[in-house]
Write a protein that binds this ligand. Structure first.
Ligand code: ZN
Length: 139
């Protein structure tokens, strides 16, 4: 039986496909999903937002005995942009820093859970347009 998992990602519908492909590549078929604006962003915010989010995580971990949490952020995130008043050129760095912080936070509260982090890049696609690429792991 596969290890129960929980995925926390941005609610942005444009990343639905890369998120599905990531879960497929990790051979996770029935992950619980916490899709909120900005994904892990909500856990970087102090006070009520983080408390509510941590409470949701605790409930989901409890109900399905999750042993693994997948954190997914993505470039070109409108919610991130709104929350921070712009993303600038260092958005990858910012997303990675937040992912590492949130990973530590979760591991602190749930030491038995393995947390892994991914970023979905927004890239030029060569045809003059841009699109989301495949999720890439963040150490
Ligand atoms: Zn987003």
């Amino acid at each position: 039986m596969p290890m129960a998992a929980l995925i926390i990602a941005c609610a942005d519908g444009r990343i639905a496909d890369p998120v599905s492909r990531l879960l497929e590549s990790l051979e996770i078929t029935d992950a619980d999903r916490m899709f909120v604006p900005g994904g892990p962003l909500v856990l970087t915010r102090p006070g009520m937002e983080r408390r509510v989010a941590m409470h949701c995580i605790a409930d989901m971990v409890d109900v399905h005995a999750a042993r693994r949490i997948i954190l997914v952020s993505h470039q070109d995130c409108s919610f991130y942009e709104r929350a921070l008043g712009g993303l600038g050129f260092d958005q990858q760095e910012l997303l990675e820093r937040d992912l590492r912080r949130v990973k530590m936070l979760i591991e602190n509260d749930f030491p038995e859970i393995a947390v892994s982090c991914y970023v979905i890049p927004w890239r030029e696609n060569g045809a003059g347009g841009a699109a989301f690429g495949e999720a890439e792991p963040v150490d």
